[in-house]
Ligand binder design. Sequence first.
Ligand SMILES: Nc1ncnc2c1ncn2[C@@H]1O[C@H](COP(=O)(O)OP(=O)(O)O)[C@@H](O)[C@H]1O
Ligand SMILES: [Mg+2]
Length: 280
Amino acid sequence: MGVWRYLKRRGLTAGGVFAQSDAPSKISVRDLGKSFDEKLVLQTIDLDIERGESFAIIGRSGEGKSVLLKCISGLLAIDSGEILIDGEEMSVERDDLRSKIGIVFQGGALFDSLNVWQNVAFRLLQRGMSKRTAHAQALRCLDAVELQASVSQLSPSELSGGMRKRVSIARTIACEPEILFFDEPTSGLDPITTDLINDLIVNCTKALGATAITITHDVGSVYKTADRAALLFGGRIVWQGSKREMSSSKDRYIQQFVQGKAQGPMTLPSARLASEMATS
Ligand SMILES: Nc1ncnc2c1ncn2[C@@H]1O[C@H](COP(=O)(O)OP(=O)(O)O)[C@@H](O)[C@H]1O
Ligand SMILES: [Mg+2]
C-alpha cells in the first residue's frame, strides 16, 4: 500500500522499537495541572509513553483530552508539573522540541485558501524547500495516504470528510515527525472510512518509526491503533493499561467506557462522585 511505497522511497525502516531501559521515555508527563481562569481542566496527570509506542487517550467529550495534547505539544502553557520530551522540558518557547511533533487536528485545520498540495507542502515551503521539491514531496505524501495525484489540485472544500483526514495526515507526515498526535481522527466518519483511517494511522506511525498518541472516544479505534490507553475523567487519569487489560479490567470506570453504559461512575451525581474520588 501507499505508505509502504513512501517508506521505501524515503529509505526509512519500520519503527515500533521500544526504549532501552536506560533511555528516557519519549514523552513523560509529571503532575500536570492546567486551568482556564477558574475552570480546572487537568490535575495531577502522570504519563510515560515509550519510544515507538502507540498510546490512546480516551474519555468523554469535554474531559480535557485536546487540552492535554496541546499542553504536551507546547501549544498551551501549563500551570504546574512538567512535560519531558526525550528527557528535555517542553514549553511554549521550545520550538526545537515542538518541531519533533506532528499533529493531525480534530477538524483537519486545512487552509481553505490553499489547494491540497499547497496544504501538504505548507511547512516544507516555510522551511525553505524549493517549490518543485516540495510539490514532489507533497505528491509522495498524498500517495502514502492513498490519494491520487489528481486530488492535489482540488481545494479543501471539494473534499469528503475522509479525504480531508487523509490530506491532514499527508501534511503531518510530510515533515517526518518523531511524534504523531491524532486528535479524534475518526469522529464523524462512516465505519468503513473509520477503519481505513485507523489502518493509515497504524501504517504511518510504523513507517516513520514514530511514537503516537491518538485521542478517541471510539473503543474500536483503540483496539485497532493503540498498544496502551489512559482514560481521562474529572481532570485525572482514572485508569490506564494495555488494550488487552481494557476489556478484562474490573475497574468500573474503564468498564463503563468500554461497555458504553449510561449508568456508572462517570455519570454519578457530582456530589457522590466527588466523595468517591476523594476516598479512592
Ligand atoms: N482555550 C480555552 N479557553 C478556555 N477554556 C478552554 C479552552 N480550551 C478548552 N477549554 C475547556 O477545557 C475543557 C476541556 O476541553 P477539551 O480538551 O477540548 O475537551 P475534549 O476532551 O473534548 O477534547 C472544556 O470545558 C473546554 O471548554
Ligand atoms: Mg477534543
